[in-house]
Each structure stands twice: as C-alpha cells, then as structure tokens.
Design a protein around this ligand. Sequence first.
Ligand code: XLS
Ligand code: CA
Ligand code: CA
Length: 437
Amino acid sequence: MPEYFPEVGAPITYEGPKSQKALAFKHYNPRKKILGKTMAEHLRFAVCYWHTFKGAGGDPFGPGTMLRKYNEPANPMAQAEATMHAAFEFFTKLGVGFWCFHDHDIAPEGATLAESHRNIESIAALAKKLQRQTGVKLLWGTSNLFAHRRFMAGAATNPSPEIYAYAASKVKKALEVSKELGGAGYVFWGGREGYDTLLNTNMKRELDHLGRFLAQAVDYKEKIGFKGQFYIEPKPKEPTKHQYDFDAASCHAFLQKYGLVDQFKLNVEANHATLAGHTFIHELEYAAANGILGSVDANRGDLLLGWDTDQFPTDIRECTLAMYVILRAGGFKTGGLNFDAKVRRQSVDPVDLFHAHIGAMDAFARGLENAARLLASRKLENFIQKRYAGWDTGLGAQIEAGKLDFEALEAYTIKHGEPKVQSGRQEMLENILNEYL
Ligand code: XLS
Ligand code: CA
Ligand code: CA
C-alpha cells in the first residue's frame, strides 16, 4: 500500500509546551487525566472526510489548487479506495479516535440509485476493515442531500414527492452503513431545506414534510436497530437564502412541534452560529439549557467575511468558553469535536492538513484545561449563583413555585417600595476569564 503522507513518518506525539517541533502536540496529551477522564475521552476529536480528503481548495472564482496522490487513479472506485486508505493513514498518524463522512464523500454516485448503493456498500466494507485494524471509530455518518441537481429545491422539502422518495432512499442506505460501521451518531444537515424565494414556496407544507421525513428516519433507525444518536445541525443560510434549521432555537421549536425532541440532539457548528448572528457559545449554551447539546463541528469563521469559511479553530478564548459550556453540561456522551474545517486555498501540501489539525487539537486541549480550572475555581458559577440568590428563598421561591399572582406581586411591591439593583460586573468577570486563558 503506498504511503500518502510520507512527510509524517511516525504518529504525532505529545512533546509539551516547550517543544519547538511543528509536527508535535504542545498541549494535547491524550492520556492526561482531567476531572476524572483523559483528554482523549473528553474531546473525542474527529476528522471530517469531505474537507480533509475531498476538498481541493476550489472556490467560486477558481478550481482546486491541491494535488493529492490518492486522487490519481482515473477509475472513481479505485480513487475512492485509495482515498479511504489515505484517510486511515492520516487518522492514525494524527492520533484521532473518530471520523465523519457523507455517503458520497466515500464513494462516487453511480448511474442509478442501485449502483450508488453498491458503491457505498463496497467502500464501507473497506472502511469497516480499516476501522477494525486501527481502532478508529465513526463519530457520525450522513447523506449528502444538497450537491446533486435533483436536490436543488430541497430533499425532504422538495416540491416533488419523487425527490422526497429519492432522499429517503439515500438516508436509508446511509443509516444502514452508519450502523454497519458502529457509528455513534447520524447527522441531518439541511443545506437545501429552505427557500430562495417565498414567491414559489409553500412553507407550511415544506416544514410538515421535513417533520415527516425525520420521523420516518427515526422509524427506520429503530427498525434496523441502529443505536447512534440523531442530530440536527443548525445553519441559517448558505447555500440556501433561508434554511429552516436556522439556529439552535428554531431547531428546538421544530423538534418540539413535530414530536421529535426526544429523538434528536443538535450538532452545533461554530461558523454556523456566527452566520446566524449568534456566538458559538450562545448556541452551545442554548442547546445545553434545553438538554439537546449533542455534538460539535469545531471550526471558525472570519470576522471580515460573512460566509462559511470553515477555518480551523485556533482561538483559545473561544475554545475555553466552548469547553466550559460542554463540561458544565456533563461532557460529550455520543458526540465529540469534529473538525468540519478546511485548510486555506494556498495551503496546498498534504502536510498542511497535519498542521491544521494539530493546531486545532492543541487549541481545544488548552480550552479544556482552562475550562476545568475555571470550573474548579467556581468564580463564575459563584457569581451567577449569588446574582440569582433572590430566587432561592422568600419572594423569588414563591414566584417560582407559582404561588403568587399579579395581584399579590403588586401588593408586595407597594409594601416594599423601589427594589434594589445590583451591578452585573461584566468587566470584572471578563478580567477573571482572562486570568484563565
Ligand atoms: C455545511 C455543513 C455540512 C454538515 C454535514 O455547511 O457543515 O458539512 O456538517 O452535512
Ligand atoms: Ca458542519
Ligand atoms: Ca460550515
């Protein structure tokens, strides 16, 4: 078997913060224990197949810039096999425990649905063998329901029932394959589920169809005994002008309306949060507060660019705050940190893929350590506890227990007069946070 990443001879190791070696971890020490779990167990890093092995650096103004040895075979199935070998070489040299894929990242579409299914089954069999050999596991699988022209007006929300049926057939196969590979989860991201103009759209009907589609997926999952967690991945726009899974809160409302909230959690992506006009941390906090924080697509956008740049996460403050929310929510169960991120168009060498992932893993390792120290100090938690202490006894406790109506509240206010206000101490709290970075 050819070696696809000869620049990295041996697996990347932890060398500590003093190391000057570029291809080494300075902070990610997989076996180090923090709050009772190893770093590897907390962070559950995954490499995404689409950007890392199928991305070539193309953008709307020019084609790909990256030449990869595994793309050399002319026959698409031979290319798919070579890519799968390269992927597992990469996973093991990098030292990640998980990977994620779309059906047609790993295998080409055939001329018919049946041929596409056969292609996927055959490459999935190779993936299964390589998983067994390496111990690398599937964090989640998914189906690409957005690239082919048939899905231009949506998959589950397409005006055509035949395209709904096609999408269902693809998801059916992707669920079977995810089960076969022992996937810990399965993602639904609706890049074309939305509209470009309301002038041609029956929104209510489309939403009902999306609800039905997901319920049917739950039925099939149960029928085949696939144990993976289902996730919806919010994103407000791009490629579609408006996507129905706009943000964590709209996904939550949707799941509740269609009776799916117990079957789904969210896969929160950092860059999608910012596109929705939120922070990444807001989306995590919203999901955690509602018991639907499942998994994370770890990346970042660019302050000056309003589109989905999918850059590797390197901001220590952001990683710290993210891990702070995740730890407080009890940590990942089935989910993990999937690097849904791509190297820049000029980063053309295969070794750039290692630099990118190493930096992101180190950034999250620092985030984890910082967040654990911040939690242990209880500085933010104590402040918040005190800020809301009025609700623990007396008036607050009675309101929370539903014991006081508007008339009683008015009588209380007349009796006690103008309430005291308290400082929110934002600047002090920001200073405290900085002490932990
Ligand atoms: C695109 C999404 C997509 C999902 C999986 O913006 O991030 O890659 O994660 O379909
Ligand atoms: Ca994503
Ligand atoms: Ca993205």
